[in-house]
Design a protein around this ligand. Structure first.
Ligand SMILES: *[C@@H]1O[C@H](CO)[C@@H](O)[C@H](O)[C@H]1NC(C)=O
Ligand SMILES: *[C@@H]1O[C@H](CO)[C@@H](O)[C@H](O)[C@H]1NC(C)=O
Length: 368
C-alpha cells in the first residue's frame, strides 16, 4: 500500500472518529447551569474575587484529586445531573479557555460563587458574575453556537436543553443577615424582603424563558439555619438558627407558588421546583439513615462545628468525606450531592414539583 493510500485511510478513519464523537456529543441534550457556589464549577477561578475554591483540600476526591473551583470535595450537583442525563462530559465553566468549538454544544456553566438574586448580594466578594450578567453570557453563548451550527439548530439545541438554576441563599446569608442592621434589613421586614426577592427572581426566570429555555430545574434554598457555619455563628441553643430557618420557611413555598404561576401563564411546565430544603432536612434529621456520622460538623473547617472561616490547607480535615453531610461550613459533600440528585431524578411530589427529572426525560424523549 502506498503512503498516500495509507494516509488517506488514516484520514478517513480520523474523520469517522471525529464524526462519531460529534454524534456522541449531540446525543445527550445540552445542559446549562446558572447560580451561586452550590453549582459553580470554576468560573470564579478566572475572576478577582475572594469567593473561590481553587486550592486544596477542595477537590480532594475529584477524579483528578485536584481543586477545580467546585465547592465540594468531589463532584457537585451539576456534575452528577450531567452524568444522569447521559452527557460524557459536564458543561465547562463559561469563562474556561477550553470552552470552545464543539464543547459549546454540550452547554455551559455560568454560575459564580457569592452571587444572589439581587445585584447588591455578595458585594464583599467584589468581581463575581451577577445573575443579569450570567444571562447576558447565555445570549453570548447562543451567538457563538450559531456561528458553528446556524441559528435554526441553535434554537433547537436551546429549546431541548436542560437548565438548572440555584440562587437565593446568598440573598439571606450574604446580604440581609450578613451584618446586624444590614441595609436590606433596615429597608425591609423579612416577609417583605422575601416578597421582593421572589418578584426579582420572577423577572430573571422570565428572561431565561424568553431566551429559549424550556425545561428549568429551580432549587429552593437549603435549610440555611442548619449549615455548620450558622450552627457555629448563631445556632439557637445548639440547634439551627431560628431566624434563618424562618427565612427559608417563608421563601421556599413562595418560590414554588411563583413557579406554578409562571407555568400557568406560559401554558407548559417549563419550571420545575426541587425541594432542596426537604432533601437536606432528611439527612439533617436522621444522618445515620443516609450513612453519615454527622450533619452538624463540616468535614473541613475550624472552630465549633468546623463552622468558622474558610476551608483551607490549615483546617481540620476528616479522613472519610462520605461520612459527612457537609464538606465545608456551607456546602454539601459529594455524597450528599449524590443523594440530592437521586431525589431530583426520582423523588415524589414532596421533593419535585410538578415532576421529577426521570419524568421530564421520558416526556421530552417522546416529544422530540
Ligand atoms: C442589576 O444590574 C443590572 C445592570 O446594571 C440591571 O440591568 C438590573 O436591572 C439590576 N437588577 C436589579 C434587581 O436591580
Ligand atoms: C419519579 O420518578 C420515578 C421513576 O424513577 C417514577 O416511578 C415516579 O412515579 C416519579 N414520581 C413523580 C411524582 O413524578
Amino acid at each position: 500500500m502506498s503512503m498516500a493510500a495509507a494516509s488517506s485511510i488514516l484520514m478517513i478513519a480520523g474523520l469517522v472518529f471525529a464524526l462519531g464523537s460529534i454524534a456522541s456529543l449531540a446525543e445527550a441534550r445540552a445542559f446549562f447551569v446558572f447560580g451561586d457556589s452550590l453549582v459553580d464549577s470554576g468560573n470564579n477561578n478566572y475572576l478577582a474575587t475572594t469567593a473561590r475554591a481553587d486550592s486544596p483540600p477542595y477537590g480532594i476526591d475529584y477524579p483528578t484529586r485536584r481543586p477545580t473551583g467546585r465547592f465540594s470535595n468531589g463532584l457537585n450537583i451539576p456534575d452528577i445531573i450531567s452524568q444522569q442525563i447521559g452527557q460524557s462530559q459536564p458543561p465547562l465553566p463559561y469563562l474556561s479557555p477550553e470552552n470552545n468549538g464543539q464543547r459549546l454544544l454540550v452547554g455551559a456553566n455560568f454560575a459564580s460563587a457569592g452571587i444572589g438574586i439581587l445585584n447588591d448580594t455578595g458585594i464583599q466578594f467584589l468581581n463575581v458574575i451577577r445573575m443579569f450578567r450570567q444571562l447576558d453570557y447565555f445570549e453570548e453563548h447562543q451567538r457563538r453556537v450559531q456561528a458553528i451550527i446556524g441559528p435554526q439548530r441553535t434554537r433547537q439545541l436551546i429549546n431541548q436543553a436542560l437548565v438548572l438554576i440555584t440562587v437565593g441563599g446568598n440573598d439571606f446569608v450574604n446580604n440581609y443577615y450578613l451584618v446586624p442592621y444590614s441595609a436590606r434589613s433596615r429597608q425591609y421586614s423579612l416577609p417583605d424582603y422575601v416578597k421582593y426577592l421572589i418578584s426579582e427572581y420572577k423577572k430573571l426566570l422570565m428572561r431565561l424563558h424568553k431566551l429559549g429555555a424550556q425545561r428549568v430545574l429551580v432549587t429552593g434554598t437549603g435549610p440555611m439555619g442548619c449549615v455548620p457555619a450558622e450552627l457555629a455563628m448563631r445556632g439557637t441553643n445548639g440547634g439551627c438558627s431560628a431566624e434563618l430557618q424562618r427565612a427559608a420557611a417563608l421563601y421556599n413555598p413562595q418560590l414554588v407558588q411563583m413557579l406554578q404561576e409562571l407555568n400557568r401563564k406560559i401554558g407548559k411546565n417549563v419550571f420545575v421546583a426541587a425541594n432542596t430544603q426537604q432533601m437536606h432536612m432528611d439527612f439533617i434529621s436522621s444522618p445515620q439513615a443516609y450513612g453519615f456520622i454527622t450533619s452538624k460538623v463540616a468535614c473541613c473547617g475550624q472552630g465549633p462545628n468546623n463552622g468558622l472561616g474558610l476551608c483551607t490547607r490549615l483546617s481540620n480535615l476528616c479522613p472519610n468525606r462520605d461520612q459527612y453531610a457537609f464538606w465545608d461550613p456551607f456546602h454539601p459533600s459529594e455524597k450528599a450531592n449524590k443523594l440530592i440528585v437521586q431525589q431530583i431524578m426520582s423523588g415524589n411530589t414532596n421533593y419535585m414539583n410538578p415532576m421529577n427529572l426521570s419524568t421530564i426525560m421520558a416526556l421530552d424523549s417522546i416529544v422530540s
